[in-house]
Ligand binder design. Structure first.
Ligand code: NI
Length: 139
């Protein structure tokens, strides 16, 4: 039997800056470019969460996507949407707000919750910071 992957897409807008206080301004600008802008800037993030598992015999679902959507809204979207990642988001405090770090933090928020929703587990997560730049994590 093939492996079955089920994906839910969510979206949020958030502000950040990429800035290390232990580096001079010039180095921050050289390394992080526009993302080092002191007065913040925003991104339209797209999040794809993929779950792998076995369909339940009663429903045919690996995971009820309404349940997955609710989890992602509560644990991720409501905590990030229209927020400043550097200031407003508890699970990103003290963490350089790269897409890589944000994807890892999102993974940590949801991984343990997925197996409670069926015979399934978190398989992968893709976080798009722009249309052309995204990070993918895999279990
Ligand atoms: Ni940026």
């Amino acid at each position: 039997m093939p492996r079955i992957l089920v994906t839910r897409k969510e979206h949020f807008n958030a502000a950040h800056k990429m800035f290390r206080p232990d580096w001079p301004k010039e180095k921050n600008e050289a390394v992080f470019g526009k993302c080092a802008n002191e007065n913040w800037h925003g991104h339209n993030y797209d999040l794809f969460v993929t779950v792998e598992g076995t369909p339940h015999p009663d429903t045919g679902y690996v995971i009820d996507l309404k349940d997955l959507s609710k989890l992602l809204k509560e644990k991720v979207v409501e905590r990030l949407d229209h927020k400043n990642i550097n200031i407003d988001v508890p699970f990103m405090q003290g963490i350089l707000a790269s897409t890589e770090h944000l994807a890892l933090a999102i993974w940590d928020q949801i991984e343990s919750e997925i197996p409670k929703m069926g015979d399934c587990r978190l398989h992968s997560l893709k976080l798009y910071e722009t249309e052309r730049n995204f990070v993918e994590l895999r279990a």
